[in-house]
Design a protein around this ligand. Structure first.
Ligand SMILES: Nc1nc2c(c(=O)[nH]1)N[C@H]1C(S)=C(S)[C@@H](COP(=O)(O)OP(=O)(O)OC[C@H]3O[C@@H](n4cnc5c(=O)[nH]c(N)nc54)[C@H](O)[C@@H]3O)O[C@H]1N2
Ligand SMILES: Nc1nc2c(c(=O)[nH]1)N[C@H]1C(S)=C(S)[C@@H](COP(=O)(O)OP(=O)(O)OC[C@H]3O[C@@H](n4cnc5c(=O)[nH]c(N)nc54)[C@H](O)[C@@H]3O)O[C@H]1N2
Ligand code: SF4
Ligand SMILES: [Mo]
Length: 741
């Protein structure tokens, strides 16, 4: 950047990039979209600024970067050029991360509830009081019901310390919304098919692909940094992009084909593509023969799934289905049917994602350049501690016959197991909630509140007064990621790497880091031996020493890339054993058949919106992460509220004008906050769309309170995936209410 920019201008530029993203060609210019990369030498020798390494906590991509201070004051955050998550550029949200530090609405001191739950009346407490309160209750729960009746909900970097704490205490009830409300079906579908998952960041070789198929994945609005950069690269290299989305997304605007599918029918399209690939013999014959299991059974099962069969279901014309299938085959094996990320849509999600996994196998893209690569991860030992006690029961005991292939605890399942029932095998009595805003994150918020009302202890650890903290018995204010050390970032990628987060600032107010909280709680619970290091610096030194590094070195590097130990592209004709029962890629799954599920995905129709109702769809905006940034002083400057997208034909029928405020009412008569209308051809007539994370109910969020509408409130209904328990959330229908008062 030639001219120096003050923070406000800097954010504006990031914002312009983001705005341009939605419509214009600036998407192709990563320079205006992300901050410019600056060399490390320049960074560290700069005389007027002080830099500290961090990795970003504004979303779960965890880009590594540098925090700059000028005269001791926060100045800016930029990407670390050595980091493959960011390649030296932060997205608008990461750039606006300083707003998390400066937000005057932050939680300032521990709080203890003084009135009944729901009234949200608290008194300020000292840390000692708060810890004594929590451990008193935890000891009572352990004595009265057993330690298994405590659960932890976690999302975010500090969650690991509480996982250690709760396991040491004797419970395995640990859930994250990133499973049952996000990636769970994808994890299980790929595990069933390939014996391993796609992980995060996804092992998709987008930068080398020749054909990228996006089913819903709205890259560009879904602003996962490295992925957006790879998408831009692939697009500039002339890769064919095929976007399947009922909405003309940013990605659709960069695509050769936009398939505006009827929502909920993607599985029919995927089966038709499989049908064409098989019937026209476009599949990779050698690859299929050598590496896959069940081809003949698959061929038979999809025989009737012709493009003509799929047309009335999906509304995608047969010739388009054929043409796009041929495009994929022409690019193979450098083709990716993107596995998606937030895939809990309709309840048959494991099967839908599995159909994509099967298509990837037919095209031979797994293990090949431009398809899916073999990711690496640094091995960094943790200090030893005694074995955890073995819990006598877990969340699964509450539903012994359900979700047999769930490999992680279900957040929604733990919520259910907290509501006493007649078949009560495991009623949970205490929750620790770290860095997840369950009221806005779990569908069916009334059920979440009902579960909370049955608790004897609810601890919320957050940086902001979010909806969930309002319902807590004790609120523990964490300092932001810019004010603390955290565990090393060890993510998968093309190269094994580690990244350090060090504090750039002293914690503001009376906030503290999660590590310190967990150590304090462990001490009071008699579990100190599970935290061999009282100070996180010593814990980090232990881990870094094991890989020949140190805090001193990492403070200078921020990111350390370690040598690559394996081939990126691993399926080039050699023998290979997959971790599946057959040792091959399972086009047909005996495991699914054994549990009574379809061994090959099969399309079943979903309920349609009744007359006058429209399916409620939701997604992301480039400058916000869920509800965690919709009070951020910098990012709310870029977007203050969400809009509801309505097709012009529908708007005409209802006499609704662009820019007008309306309310949405769902099939269960739940009415939303008022929300601004965006009348646009960019959405089909049978659905409406809004960005998730707005419409906060928490009054203490002064910028986010009542701004826009919250999709979660309208998600009173879910279709649960019988295979793994994911909550399909796009099964709600809304109609319009013109009176907004
Ligand atoms: N800016 C930003 N980026 C983020 C996040 C964020 O909060 N903010 N969150 C991150 C996280 S955790 C996740 S999981 C990902 C989620 O991002 P993705 O995995 O990309 O999420 P999807 O659910 O696929 O995305 C919504 C898209 O699906 C389309 N859609 C809705 N219904 C259907 C349908 O029936 N069929 C098809 N084909 N498309 C449909 C919508 O129109 C929309 O474009 O984003 C990540 N990136
Ligand atoms: N209706 C609906 N529901 C959804 C989705 C959707 O699109 N629509 N998306 C789903 C998906 S894909 C996902 S991954 C989940 C995400 O769900 P969550 O992980 O719950 O996401 P957030 O809403 O960002 O809530 C994060 C909470 O963490 C707090 N926080 C932020 N930084 C820190 C920190 O450093 N320390 C601590 N202790 N707390 C912090 C924030 O203030 C906020 O209260 O939601 C799922 N639920
Ligand atoms: S993608 Fe953006 S918000 Fe997410 S970690 Fe990277 S810079 Fe932060
Ligand atoms: Mo997610």
């Amino acid at each position: 950047m030639g001219k120096k920019l003050n923070r406000r201008e800097f954010i504006k530029i990031a914002g312009m990039g983001a705005g341009g993203l939605a419509v214009g060609s600036s998407f192709l210019k990563p320079v205006s979209l992300f901050g410019q990369p600056v060399s490390k030498e320049k960074l560290l020798t700069s005389t007027f600024s002080e830099v500290t390494p961090t990795y970003c906590e504004i979303c779960f991509w965890k880009c590594a970067g540098w925090v700059h201070k000028k005269e001791g004051k926060p100045w800016k955050i930029v990407g670390n050029p050595d980091d493959t998550h960011s390649n030296g550029r932060f997205c608008p949200r990461g750039t606006g991360g300083l707003g998390a530090y400066t937000d005057p609405d932050r939680l300032k001191t521990p709080l203890i509830r003084v009135e009944e739950r729901g009234k949200q009346v608290f008194r300020e407490a000292s840390w000692d009081e708060a810890f004594d309160y929590i451990t008193g209750k935890m000891n009572r729960i352990k004595e009265k019901y057993g330690p298994e009746c405590m659960a932890l909900f976690t999302h975010g970097s500090g969650g690991g310390y509480f996982k250690n704490l709760i396991r040491a205490y004797g419970s395995n009830n640990i859930a994250a919304p990133s499973y049952a409300q996000c990636r769970g079906p994808r994890a299980e579908a790929y595990l069933l098919t390939y014996g391993e998952g796609v992980g995060s960041p996804e092992r998709t070789d987008i930068e080398n692909t020749k054909c990228l198929v996006l089913i819903g994945s709205h890259i560009g609005e879904n602003m996962h940094n490295g992925q957006v950069q790879e998408f831009t690269k692939a697009h500039m290299n002339g890769a064919t992009v095929i976007t399947v989305d009922p909405r003309f997304s940013t990605a659709a605007s960069k695509s050769k084909y936009w398939l505006p599918i009827k929502p909920s029918t993607d599985l029919a399209l995927l089966l038709a593509w499989i049908n064409v690939i098989i019937e026209e013999e476009l599949y990779d014959k050698e690859y299929v023969k050598k590496y896959t299991y069940g081809f003949e059974a698959l061929k038979k099962a999809v025989k009737h799934n012709t493009p003509e069969w799929a047309y009335p279901i999906t509304t995608i014309k047969p010739h388009v289905i054929r043409e796009t299938a041929r495009e994929m085959a022409a690019a193979a094996p450098a083709v990716i049917i993107h596995p998606g990320r937030h895939v809990t849509w309709y309840g048959d999600d494991t099967q839908r994602v599995r159909a994509g996994a099967i298509l990837n196998a037919l095209l031979g893209s797994w293990g090949r350049r431009g398809g899916f690569y073999a990711p690496s991860k640094a091995h960094v030992p943790k200090p030893k501690h005694p074995a955890y006690p073995k819990p006598s029961k877990g969340w699964r005991d509450a539903f012994p016959d359900k979700y047999p292939l769930a490999n992680l605890a279900l957040s929604s399942g733990i919520c259910d197991a907290t509501i006493p029932s007649t078949t009560d095998a495991c009623s949970i009595k205490g929750w620790i909630v770290y860095g997840t805003n369950l009221i806005q994150t779990l569908p069916q918020p009334e059920k979440t509140i009902k579960a909370i009302q049955n608790l004897e202890l609810l601890v919320a650890i957050d940086i902001m007064p979010s909806e969930i903290t309002g319902w807590a018995d004790v609120v523990l204010p964490e300092c932001t990621y810019l004010e603390r050390y955290d565990d090393l970032r060890i993510s998968q990628g093309r190269m094994p790497a580690i990244a350090l987060r060090a504090p750039a600032f002293e914690p503001r107010y009376n906030s503290k880091p999660a590590y310190w909280m967990a150590v304090q709680l462990a001490g009071r619970l008699g579990l100190s031996e599970y935290f061999p290091y009282e100070r996180i610096e010593d814990y980090l030194e232990y881990r870094l020493k094991a890989v020949g590094s140190s805090l001193e070195e990492m403070k200078k590097l921020g990111v350390k890339n370690l040598p690559l130990e394996q081939e990126l592209y691993f399926l080039n004709g050699e023998d290979y054993e997959f971790a599946t029962p057959s040792g091959k890629i399972e086009l047909y799954s005996d495991t699914l058949a054994e549990y009574g599920f379809d061994p090959v995905p099969r399309y079943k129709a979903h309920e349609e919106p009744p007359d006058g109702f429209y399916r409620l769809l939701y997604g992301r905006a480039p400058m916000h992460s869920f509800g965690r940034t919709t009070n951020n002083p910098l990012l709310t400057e870029l977007k203050q509220e969400n809009e509801v997208w309505i097709n012009p034909k529908v708007a005409r029928e209802w006499g609704i004008e662009n820019g007008e405020y309306i309310r949405l009412e769902n099939q269960d008569k739940v009415i939303s906050n008022k929300i601004k209308v965006k009348v646009t051809e960019r959405i089909r007539h049978d659905c409406v769309y809004m960005v998730h994370g707005f419409g906060h109910r928490q009054k203490q969020l002064h910028r986010g309170y009542n701004r826009g509408a919250d999709d979660t409130r309208l998600i009173t209904r879910v279709n649960v995936d019988p295979i793994m328990g994911g909550t399909g959330m796009r099964v709600n229908f809304v109609t319009f209410r013109k009176e907004v008062a």
